[in-house]
Every structure is written in structure tokens, then in C-alpha cells.
Design a binder for this molecule. Structure first.
Ligand code: ADP
Ligand code: MG
Length: 248
């Protein structure tokens, strides 16, 4: 299997604090990986270095064999690395299809010279991607503020897939959701895996992600404690590694 992501000796220092400490990992394409660890373990810092928000203090990151730690965030998105942060980065007062196209709006010429948004195209394209992912949104013209948390998370996911995400990183994707909607988001995540997307889920809820992930990456104090197959571990030993900082 091809490694979609390779991280070599990555470190991040904030002044005297070492948030990520000589971290190395290879991830195969098409897996669902859970990154877990206590508050302050370095999870957010790690994904921000993958997405390009933070520059590493040391080390290298390769995506599909190409070095990316020297590229800015926009270039990395163009390559297929997408991150959904907890706030989802949706514009609440705008509708579903405008959100899916946000920052990359389709324009058409009006009267031959004025750029206007091609609403019809954006709506049709959005319908296609939502139906491909079996996401049901009653009206794509309704502002997303009126939708449920699960529907909003689904739109954030659909947007990354429409723009060809190959590596999708999600920070606590179900933190704001009820049980039923959480289930729906995990079904969607499984569907993305079937489509060949590699997914990294950051979560503090081991029980919840246990069913969906293929591997666990366990962090403590910025150090990689374990990168283990789910089939070779258990919920109890993952929790014990998070607490003890020792591979079990
Ligand atoms: N921008 C920053 N400036 C200074 N320290 C930071 C910054 N971001 C994170 N840290 C520190 O780095 C460590 C790891 O934080 P973080 O990556 O947010 O952990 P997690 O997401 O696992 O809770 C913590 O000690 C945190 O206080
Ligand atoms: Mg965090």
C-alpha cells in the first residue's frame, strides 16, 4: 500500500515548550486513523503542521511522496489535504451551495462583462455531491444556521469531497452532536473511506471512535506513544496508554 502521508522527525516549539517532540509516522492510503491523547498532548499542533497553519521547528512532511512542509496552506488544499476544524468554518447566514463553493465561487458573465455568481450551477453541483454522499438537506437555498449540527457537519464534509480531498482531517467531528446525528456522521465517514479518502479523526472519545477507526495514534506530551492497529489493541489499553504514556 502506498503511504499517503509520511512525517519525519517533526518537532514544534513554542518558546521553551515542546508541543510536538520528534514525531515520525507513515500512514497508508484509505485508512481511518484516530489521533488520541489528553488535552495538551499536541493533537491540534500536529494537524496544524500538516495543514500548513504552523511551520515546523524541525522535520519534514511528505504527501504522496512530495515534500509539503515548505508549502502554504492554500497549496496543500489544492493537493488534496483538507481540515475540518470544530467550528466547521461555515458561513451561517449563507445557504448550503454557497457554503460548498465558498472561496471558489463559480462566476458567469452577466451582460458579457459583470461577474455574477452562477447560482444554478452551484446548486446543481451541490445536489450531486450531497446525493452521492447520501446527505439529505431539505432546501439548499436555506441558510445553514437553520440546519442541525449533523447536517452542518455533513455540509462541511461534502465541501471537502467536492474539492477532491484525499486526506481529510477532522477535529472532534461529533463534539456538538447528539447520538443519532453522531451515528450519521460516522456512516458518512465510512462512506468516504469506501471512496478511497484517507481520514484522520481527532477525538477524546475513544469509545465512540473505536468502531470506525483502523488505527490509533496515541500522543502524550508531544511524543508518539503508539501507532497501533485497532485489531491489535482494545479500548482499555488505548486508554491506559493515553494515561501512562507507555505502549501497552
Ligand atoms: N500557539 C501556541 N502558543 C504557545 N503554546 C501553544 C500554542 N498552541 C499550543 N500550545 C501548547 O502546546 C501544547 C500542545 O497543545 P495542543 O496541540 O493544542 O494540544 P491538544 O490539541 O492535544 O489539546 C500545549 O501545552 C499547549 O499549551
Ligand atoms: Mg486540540
Amino acid at each position: 500500500m502506498e503511504n499517503i502521508l509520511s512525517i519525519k522527525n517533526l518537532s514544534k516549539k513554542f518558546g521553551g515548550l515542546i508541543a510536538i517532540d520528534n514525531f515520525s509516522i507513515d500512514l497508508e492510503r484509505g485508512q481511518i486513523v484516530g489521533i488520541v491523547g489528553d488535552n495538551g498532548a499536541g493533537k491540534s499542533t500536529l494537524i496544524k503542521m500538516i495543514s500548513g497553519v504552523y511551520k515546523p521547528s524541525n522535520g519534514e512532511i511528505f504527501f504522496k511522496g512530495n515534500r509539503i512542509d515548505i508549502l502554504g496552506p492554500a497549496k496543500r488544499r489544492d493537493l488534496g489535504i483538507e481540515v475540518i476544524y470544530q467550528d466547521l468554518s461555515l458561513a451561517d447566514n449563507l445557504n448550503t451551495y454557497v457554503n460548498i463553493f465558498m472561496g471558489r465561487e463559480k462566476k458567469k458573465k452577466f451582460l458579457g462583462f459583470i461577474d455574477i455568481l452562477d447560482e444554478k450551477y452551484m446548486e446543481e453541483e451541490s445536489k450531486k455531491i450531497l446525493s452521492m454522499l447520501s446527505i439529505s438537506i431539505p432546501s439548499l437555498k436555506e441558510e445553514v444556521a437553520l440546519l442541525s449540527g449533523g447536517q452542518r457537519q455533513s455540509i462541511a464534509i461534502a465541501r471537502t469531497i467536492y474539492w477532491d480531498a484525499e486526506l481529510l482531517i477532522m477535529d472532534e467531528p461529533t463534539a456538538a452532536l447528539g447520538v443519532e446525528e453522531t451515528g450519521k456522521v460516522y456512516s458518512l465517514i465510512r462512506k468516504l473511506k469506501e471512496e478511497g479518502v484517507t481520514i484522520i479523526i481527532i477525538s477524546h472519545n475513544i469509545n465512540e471512535i473505536y468502531n470506525v477507526v483502523d488505527r490509533f495514534v496515541i500522543l502524550k506530551n508531544g511524543k508518539l506513544i503508539s501507532n497501533c492497529k485497532k485489531s491489535k489493541t482494545s479500548i482499555d489499553s488505548v486508554i491506559s496508554m493515553i494515561v501512562s504514556g507507555k505502549e501497552a
